[in-house]
Design a protein around this ligand. Structure first.
Ligand code: T5A
Length: 208
């Protein structure tokens, strides 16, 4: 039986990493093999590209940024995602191509048709089976992210107006694809967020 591809999306500090733990445990209790990964990253090369992309110093042209995201994604698909799905694993991926539409498209204004061309080329027909979109006001996400301590990465440091465009782009994707993209209200406590995830996952797993 082939696996399922589940992606987690949302703005900065929306709680994806926190929820990843719960989702991994949830699937493990159903007896499904799980592969947990992230973008940009997920492979040795992808993690090196991630370091280049997120390092706070220096400017990166938005097109270069987009192409590096897809370079890392190509490697990730070839090395990790496709083999895991073919082996029957359920893949949980912290961010995927919706992030390119939201950040490089919505945030930087790159034409979505350009992104779609890369998506078709790199992914073929591969699309997530389910996307959980963690919806949180930008300012709240930034507060949560800064409460963790450490420096803002280069993309996080783009400013509130940029991150608001990203937020709106994500909501637009959810409006366009309500079957695939399920919106999680991320403003509540971790326990409240988990309860929503439990309901969504019960529904998705039950239908799979
Ligand atoms: N990117 C990525 C692109 O621009 N294009 C692309 O194509 C791709 C794939 C990745 C960056 O790359 C960009 C987007 C990103 O800017 P990242 O470090 O992976 O960088 O950034 P994020 O995915 O945003 O990760 P964050 O760590 O910032 O956010 P998370 O994982 O959503 O949040 P999390 O779980 O770490 O939580 C943040 C803090 O809030 C607390 C946590 O304990 C933590 O301290 N928290 C809560 N507090 C209160 N209530 C809750 N419900 C909470 N849930 C978590």
């Amino acid at each position: 039986m082939s696996g399922r591809f589940i992606t987690l999306e949302g703005g900065e500090g929306a709680g994806k990493s926190t929820s990843m733990e719960f989702l991994q445990e949830y699937l493990a209790t159903t007896g499904r093999p799980v592969c947990r990964t992230r973008e940009p990253g997920g492979t040795e090369l992808g993690e090196r590209i991630r370091e280049l992309l997120l390092a706070p110093e220096g400017e990166i042209d938005p097109r270069t940024e987009l192409l590096l995201m897809f370079a890392a994604r190509q490697q990730h698909l070839a090395e990790v995602i496709e083999p895991a799905l073919a082996a029957g694993s359920w893949v949980l991926c912290d961010r995927f191509t919706d992030a390119s539409y939201a950040y490089q498209g919505g945030g930087h204004g790159i034409d979505p048709q350009r992104i779609a061309a890369l998506e078709d080329w790199v992914q073929g027909s591969r699309r997530p089976d389910l996307t959980l979109l963690f919806d949180l006001p930008v300012r709240m996400g930034l507060q949560r992210a800064s409460s963790r301590g450490g420096h803002a990465d280069r993309i996080e440091a783009q400013g509130e107006a940029f991150l608001e465009r990203v937020h709106q782009a994500y909501l637009e994707i959810a409006r366009r694809e309500p079957g695939r993209v399920r919106v999680v209200d991320a403003t509540g406590t971790p326990a409240v967020v988990r309860r929503q995830l439990q309901v969504l996952m019960d529904e998705f797993v039950g239908a799979s």
